[in-house]
Design a protein around this ligand. Structure first.
Ligand SMILES: [Zn+2]
Length: 467
C-alpha cells in the first residue's frame, strides 16, 4: 500500500503514434527504432520494465481511435461508436450525448491539401463517378461550411436510437437517411465554390457531393478518473485524439506551437505535460473547451496522469519515409529528455514522485505505409531509476530546454550514423528486467512478455503501487 506520507505518484505517459515497424533491408534488417540514436528512451527501458503490447488483440491492425480506447481501459465492443464524434469535438464543436457527427476532413482543413471527401455524383444514375478531389479551402470557408452543415443538421443530430440496435445497423440507417434528405442541398453550395471554379478553369470535373465518413455518436462512458483513480490530462493537437480524450473526461492542455504534424514543437508538449504534473508548484496550463473560444484554467492542483501524444512518427510511416522516421524518433527522444529534466526538477521539491511510460498505439511500418498488426514496445520506469540509468543528474544539465524543429530529411535521404545499423547496442540493464534499449525486438525480452492494450492501465497502476 502507498503510505500517505510518501510523495504522490504521477505518470508521464508518452504515446508515440505509429512507433512500431519491421526490419528493413536498407537498415541491415533492423527497424527504424533500432537504428535511431535514442539514449533517453534506451535509459527508460534500462531503468524499468518492458514488454510487447498488442493494442487491441494479437493480429489485429487497428485505427488510432479504437486502439486508444483499448489502451485507456475501455472495451471497444461496449463503448466504440465511430470516430466522427471524436473528430468533431477535437476541432472544437460541442456535442451533447446522442449527437451524431461525420468526418468531412477537407472541409475543416484550413490550409493543407488533403485527400478530399468531395466527389462527383452522376445525377442521372445516382453513382459517384469520381472521388478524392483535392482542393484548398480557406479558413473563411470553414466557418461558412460549419454553419451551413449545422443549420442543415448534418453535423448535429440528436437521434432517437432504438436501444440494443447494433452500431453497424445504426450507422447504415443514419447515413442513408442523411443522404436521402440532404443530397439535393450539396450541389448549390459546392458548384459555386471557389475550388470548383478553379477546377472548371483547369478543365476538370466538379465536386458536387460530400461523402460522409466515420459516422460517430457522442459516447457515454464512465470518466477515466472514475475508472482509474488518476486525474488525467492530455496534450494532443491531433483532433481525433483530443476529441477521444474529451469523451473520456480528460482535460486537453493548451501547448503553443504543438501542431500534430511535422511542424510540431515537441518541447512545448513536454513543457505542458511537465507543468500539469508539477502543479500546484508550477502553474497548470489552460485547457481546451469544445464550443468555447477561450481556454479555461486547468486544475490548480495538477494532474496524476499526463498523456503526451506524438503524431509525427505515424505520419512518417504513412509517408514511407524510413530515414525520417528514424530521425523523428531521435527528435522524440530529445523531447523526452527535456521532459525528464523538467520533472526531475519538480521531483526535487519532494511533493511528487514521477514515472515515465512510453509506448505506441499501433505499428505503422514504412514498407506498408499504413497501420499494421505488429505489436509495439512498451516501457515503464520510475524517474529516479532513469536518472540512475543515465549516470546521475549531470546528464540532465547537458539537456537544453530550447524548442527545436523536427528534422526535414526527405524519404530516401541518408542517416548520418547509418553505420549503426550494422552494430549491436551493448549494455546492461540498470533496473527492472534485462532490457536496456527501447525497440520492438528488445522489448520482447522484457518481464511483461506480450500483453494486450486492455491490460496496460492495470500494469501501470500496479507498478505505481508496488514499486
Ligand atoms: Zn496513422
Amino acid at each position: 500500500m502507498v503510505n500517505s506520507k510518501e510523495p504522490k505518484r504521477r505518470v508521464a505517459f508518452i504515446l508515440v503514434d505509429g512507433v512500431g515497424d519491421v526490419s528493413l533491408p536498407k537498415f541491415g534488417f533492423k527497424t527504424p527504432m533500432q537504428v535511431a540514436n535514442v539514449p533517453n528512451l534506451d535509459a527508460i527501458a534500462s531503468a524499468g520494465i518492458n514488454g510487447l503490447m498488442d493494442p487491441v488483440e494479437v493480429g489485429l491492425g487497428c485505427g488510432s481511435d479504437t486502439a486508444h480506447l483499448s489502451l485507456l481501459g475501455y472495451d471497444l465492443r461496449i463503448y466504440y461508436r465511430g470516430r466522427g464524434a471524436f473528430e468533431s469535438m477535437g476541432i472544437g464543436l460541442a456535442m451533447a450525448l446522442g449527437d451524431i457527427a461525420f468526418k468531412v476532413r477537407t472541409i475543416f482543413s484550413a490550409v493543407t491539401m488533403l485527400k478530399s471527401n468531395l466527389a462527383t455524383l452522376d445525377e442521372s444514375s445516382g453513382v459517384v463517378t469520381s472521388r478524392g478531389q483535392t482542393g484548398i479551402l480557406k479558413k473563411k470557408d470553414l466557418f461558412f461550411v460549419q454553419h451551413w452543415m449545422d443549420s442543415s443538421c448534418l453535423l448535429f443530430l440528436n437521434m432517437k436510437l432504438e436501444s440494443g440496435m447494433p452500431w453497424s445497423i445504426v450507422k447504415q440507417r443514419i447515413r442513408l437517411q442523411l443522404l436521402m434528405s440532404y443530397r439535393k442541398k450539396y450541389p448549390a453550395f459546392l458548384v459555386g465554390h471557389p475550388v470548383n471554379a478553379r477546377r472548371v478553369a483547369e478543365g476538370k470535373n466538379i465536386a458536387n457531393v460530400v461523402l460522409l465518413r466515420g459516422c460517430g455518436i457522442r459516447i457515454e462512458v464512465p470518466p477515466f478518473e472514475k475508472i482509474h483513480g488518476l486525474r488525467p490530462c492530455m496534450v494532443a493537437p491531433t483532433k481525433i485524439i483530443a476529441g477521444l480524450g474529451l469523451s473520456l473526461g480528460i482535460d486537453i492542455l493548451g501547448a503553443p506551437g504543438a501542431t500534430g504534424d511535422y511542424r510540431t514543437l515537441l518541447t512545448s508538449k513536454a513543457d505542458a505535460i511537465a507543468r500539469a504534473l508539477s502543479a500546484p508548484s508550477k502553474s497548470c496550463p489552460n485547457v481546451f473547451v469544445p464550443g468555447e473560444d477561450e481556454h479555461k484554467p486547468g486544475r490548480p492542483n495538477g494532474y496524476d496522469f499526463g498523456f503526451l501524444h506524438i503524431k509525427a512518427i505515424d505520419d512518417a510511416g504513412h509517408d514511407k519515409a524510413s530515414v525520417f522516421k528514424a530521425k523523428g524518433l531521435e527528435a522524440v527522444d530529445k523531447a523526452i529528455g527535456q521532459l525528464t529534466k523538467l520533472l526531475w526538477q519538480a521531483e526535487a521539491a519532494g511533493e511528487f514522485q514521477y514515472y515515465i511510460c512510453v509506448t505506441g498505439v499501433h505499428s505503422t511500418p514504412v514498407e506498408y505505409g499504413d497501420h499494421s498488426f505488429e505489436p509495439v514496445p512498451f516501457t515503464l520506469c520510475r524517474l529516479k531509476d532513469f536518472i540512475g540509468a543515465v549516470g546521475g543528474d549531470s546528464h540532465l544539465s547537458n539537456i537544453p530546454l530550447d524548442p527545436f524543429p523536427l528534422p526535414t530529411v526527405e524519404s530516401g535521404g541518408d542517416l548520418a550514423h547509418a553505420d549503426r545499423s550494422q552494430e549491436e547496442k551493448q549494455g546492461l540493464a540498470f533496473n527492472g528486467d534485462k532490457v536496456f534499449e527501447f525497440n520492438e525486438i528488445a522489448a520482447a525480452r522484457g518481464i511483461l512478455g506480450r500483453f494486450t492494450g486492455s491490460e496496460m492501465m492495470g500494469i501501470i497502476k500496479a507498478h505505481l503501487k508496488l514499486s
